[in-house]
Ligand binder design. Structure first.
Ligand SMILES: NC(=O)c1ccc[n+]([C@@H]2O[C@H](COP(=O)([O-])OP(=O)(O)OC[C@H]3O[C@@H](n4cnc5c(N)ncnc54)[C@H](OP(=O)(O)O)[C@@H]3O)[C@@H](O)[C@H]2O)c1
Length: 243
């Protein structure tokens, strides 16, 4: 079937995605920082599915290395999925611009740097799919996480433009907007159970949406309607709310 490149592959959602894609006969490149920590998972996936799973080192903040990283892949992927993300600490970011840069660069600049390179290749080859996990946090800025939210908003806008540009080259782009998901990122946070998804169900939704060439996916599905309401609250009212 060909290789799918998963970036940010140590994410709980990415690991669930890796298993689903391998079960559906795709080979995998798992790209992450300190990628050796993924070797055991890669072996386990290979044993269960007989698919080739290669671990490759990638830090999305090492922009100058991205072209060489992509060129070094032994076989070019037929699709890429980014699960890279950093929630950061909003409180700290309000005082510390280093934290602001880390949030913006991890969620936006770094992902754009690597996706630009892959998009150009897919455009030339006139095939491929690009999936990136953004967030409902990018749909409207809230005081509790607006630095992270603004980086995700930028990512969603970038993906919208990329989808528009690559349509005529037969390259499909899927924007994923999860609500709450039970992962390392949200460890320690108190999340409403009915609005919180498990990584496996998010991964399943992503796989189906990618196969169906859907453009934007909200997961859990309920978040599509929650965000529709939230986006329509007038600003004069929204600014006084505690969300
Ligand atoms: N959990 C939620 O409620 C939720 C909601 C909406 C959207 N999302 C988005 O879903 C995606 C997956 O997140 P998750 O919930 O599965 O959390 P996660 O387990 O913390 O995954 C985030 C991944 O990003 C990787 N990463 C961070 N900085 C990186 C860098 N410089 N280079 C390469 N990789 C880097 C992390 O790698 P390390 O393991 O090396 O740190 C980690 O594996 C993210 O885009 C996140 O923003 C999550």
């Amino acid at each position: 079937m060909g290789y799918v490149l998963i970036i940010g592959a140590k994410s709980d959602i990415a690991i669930a995605l890796a298993r689903i894609y391998a079960e559906n006969n795709y080979s995998l490149y798992l790209a992450a920082r300190q990628v050796d920590e993924l070797e055991a998972i890669a072996k386990d996936i290979t044993i269960r599915t007989q698919q080739s799973v290669k671990c490759v080192e990638l830090d999305v903040l090492d922009y100058p290395l991205h072209q060489a990283f992509y060129e070094a892949l032994p076989e070019k992927p037929i699709g890429v999925i980014s699960a890279v993300g950093y929630l950061g600490a909003q409180d700290m970011a309000q005082d510390d611009f280093v934290e602001v840069q880390k949030i913006i660069n991890t969620n936006y600049t770094g992902v754009v740097s690597i996706l630009n390179i892959i998009a150009n290749d897919f455009e030339q080859r006139k095939s491929g799919f690009i999936v990136a996990i953004s967030s409902v946090a990018g749909d409207r800025g809230r005081k509790s996480n607006y630095i992270y939210g603004s980086a995700k908003a930028a990512l969603s806008t970038y993906l919208s433009g990329l989808r528009n540009r690559l349509y005529s080259a037969n390259v499909h782009v899927l924007t994923v907007k999860p609500g709450f998901v039970n992962t390392k990122m949200t460890e320690g946070l108190i999340l409403p159970a009915k609005l919180t998804a498990q990584p496996k169900s998010v991964a399943n939704d992503i796989f189906i949406a990618q196969q169906k060439k859907q453009n934007i996916l909200y997961t859990l599905w309920l978040w599509k309607w929650i965000m529709l309401i939230i986006r329509h609250i007038p600003e004069w009212k929204f600014k006084a709310m505690s969300l």
